[in-house]
Design a protein around this ligand. Sequence first.
Ligand SMILES: Cc1cc2nc3c(=O)[nH]c(=O)nc-3n(C[C@H](O)[C@H](O)[C@H](O)COP(=O)(O)OP(=O)(O)OC[C@H]3O[C@@H](n4cnc5c(N)ncnc54)[C@H](O)[C@@H]3O)c2cc1C
Length: 287
Amino acid sequence: MKAPRFAYARPATIAEALALLDKHKEDARVLAGGQSLVPMMNFRVAAPKVLVDINRIPALAGIKITKSHVRIGALTRHVHLERSVEIADYLPLVSAAMPQVAHAAVRSRGTFGGSCALADPAAELPACALALGATFVVAGKKGERRVEAEDFFKGLYATALKPNELLVAAEFPRAKPGYVSAFGELARRHGDYAMVGVAAHGSTKGGKFADMRIAFFGVADRPLRAARLERALEGQPAAKKSIEAAVAQLDDDLDPRADLHASAATKLHLAKVLVRRVIGSMEAATA
Ligand SMILES: Cc1cc2nc3c(=O)[nH]c(=O)nc-3n(C[C@H](O)[C@H](O)[C@H](O)COP(=O)(O)OP(=O)(O)OC[C@H]3O[C@@H](n4cnc5c(N)ncnc54)[C@H](O)[C@@H]3O)c2cc1C
């Protein structure tokens, strides 16, 4: 199928893009990598009247390291995150996630901002943003505002972005010494969206778990932190025994829905299997 007719605009600056979004409001959609939006238009799941193509706005792309954080521009392509030495050094969790995001062809066009703005509940990058405590930078007519990852993902394909706003970047706090992260996912085939995935970050300083942030994806309508599991690990020795004792908390933390891939019970089981592996690798990193 082909997309319904639409008008096309290619602004050169953020200000021009915002003016177009404000003018056309719900009728407009931002076009980034187009890897999700274009198929949705071809299947007629989405029918925007105006496409605002942000691909020629250089200010939206790139990775910047400051003293306090790592800033990833919304238009930074997946392939750049995957190959970036800076991301590997400063955000190893994101580096570990990237090979799992779709396939090489999709990663060459798909963008960080597109992935977060789309908010697929089984996507890797939103869960990494949540685990790492990222803040999203959102621009609108009245200027910029900042939204914590915790408040950004609102539900199935729903975010805190308003129709006349643009996701500009995300700022990830730089990890403190003694903090480690680990990533894992189970998918039917490599490159598919996850059946269940876990992105974890926290301290294992002095051989004890502290400040753990464990974000699951593919188990709810949005990426989800396992609050009870995190609390159960706090202050415990970074060892298999503590992980095993804490994993039972997932019965209360998660309430997965059955989907095309698996029943709810299977998803919960897989979440437990995966989290043992992921947190186990953080424990191993301390040893
Ligand atoms: C075969 C295939 C497999 C895939 N597998 C995975 C996978 O395993 N994991 C995964 O995470 N993704 C997967 N994807 C999706 C891929 O990662 C996309 O790149 C991503 O979902 C959207 O990024 P994009 O830049 O292409 O955005 P687009 O398709 O251009 O846009 C997606 C949505 O975000 C909005 N948007 C984009 N940028 C902005 C912005 N800066 N501000 C406001 N709104 C914005 C658009 O208006 C649109 O609604 C897959 C895609 C395909 C085709």
